[in-house]
Design a binder for this molecule. Structure first.
Ligand SMILES: [Zn+2]
Length: 333
């Protein structure tokens, strides 16, 4: 049993309270490897932004949960080396699917866990979420729960159809589970193919797909029911079309990949939305940078020569999100 406090991590409670009051959101970036982690920490340190490092089931299968946890411990020390005196770094389990998984993360030093029981019937979602909350709170670990269903596919989370969160359920759910934050469904979606062309309109000038807008009315309804309660948005990559175009021009094949417009996320950040999950965008940044190197220098075979540029591209993306979309820069001086 290791407490996250011993390794310099923080939980989300104060961080979220400040973000809700201050009208900004905390970035939650998924990580699976060293270059991605370096890029996240460099971006957060340079902008002095609180940051949530997320570990998904896919990441645990790919890189090993224990190794990722030690990488996060190293990240705290690395942040200090970069001149960030008091780093505010959360290590968070993304989409925990059972009590056992959440418990194992709490026990090994995660400072926050998500229990995603949103696919279960309402009462079962409450029972499982409460069980995780009761355990995690003994160790001052914060818990994110989910109500409503997001569409899309990411790692091992997938659903064919989305169901918006029902505002009439949120008070009952939050009070009976004791969760610290709530992921809701208002039209975001996992992955790089968030919407089918049929769900979108097309910009006549550029021919690009324009996704349906987020359901801000549902968000505002939820905010009214639970004033100041921390709300989380999953599936909030914007799928930058420059990356999609570059990947496609250099031999890739990502037809009609489309995400959530950044202006809408900026708007959401000003509300009770205090955590925004971004994963696919860094995958696209990494892929575009690696394709660029392979195209320009076909003789290159030193992984540092293509993973290095990939790291730089991801860092640029993370800083852009922090400063221009979430507004969390300077909030962890
Ligand atoms: Zn998610």
């Amino acid at each position: 049993m290791v407490s996250y406090k011993e390794i310099g991590l923080v939980h989300t409670r104060e961080m979220f309270a400040k973000a809700v009051a201050g009208g900004y959101a905390i970035p939650a970036f998924n990580f699976n490897n060293m270059e991605q982690l370096q890029a996240i920490i460099q971006a957060a340190a340079e902008t002095k932004s609180p940051v949530i490092l997320q570990v998904s089931k896919g990441a645990r299968n790919y890189a090993n949960q224990t190794l990722l946890r030690y990488m996060a411990e190293g990240a705290v020390e690395y942040a200090k080396e970069l001149g960030w005196e008091h780093p505010q770094i959360v290590l968070h389990l993304d989409h925990g699917d059972s009590f056992e998984t959440c418990k194992s993360c709490v026990d090994m030093g995660f400072s926050s866990v998500m229990i995603d029981a949103s696919a279960l019937p309402y009462e079962e979602n409450i029972a499982l979420t409460k069980k995780v909350v009761d355990y995690a709170h003994q160790f001052d670990v914060t818990v994110e729960a989910e109500l409503g269903v997001l569409a899309g596919v990411e790692d091992e989370v997938s659903a064919a159809e989305s169901h918006y969160t029902k505002p009439e359920e949120v008070i009952d759910f939050a009070s009976r589970t004791g969760c610290d934050s709530l992921a809701i469904s208002i039209g975001t979606s996992h992955g790089a193919y968030k919407f089918t062309p049929e769900q979108c309109t097309r910009d006549p000038k550029t021919g690009r797909l324009v996704p349906p807008p987020l359901a801000f009315d549902v968000l505002h309804e939820i905010e009214k029911k639970l004033p100041g309660f921390p709300i989380v948005l999953h599936g909030s990559s914007s799928v930058p079309q420059e990356y999609v175009d570059e990947i496609n021009a250099l031999g890739g094949k990502l037809p009609d990949a489309v995400g959530i417009p950044e202006e809408q996320l900026r708007e959401a950040s000003k509300s009770a939305v205090c955590k925004i999950n971004i994963d696919s965008d860094s995958r696209l940044a990494m892929t575009a940078a690696i394709r660029r190197v392979f195209h320009d220098k076909p003789g290159e075979f030193d992984p540092r020569k293509y993973l290095g540029p990939a790291r730089d591209e991801m860092k640029k993306l993370y800083k852009h999100k922090i400063v221009n979309v979430l507004g969390s820069d300077g909030k962890a001086e």
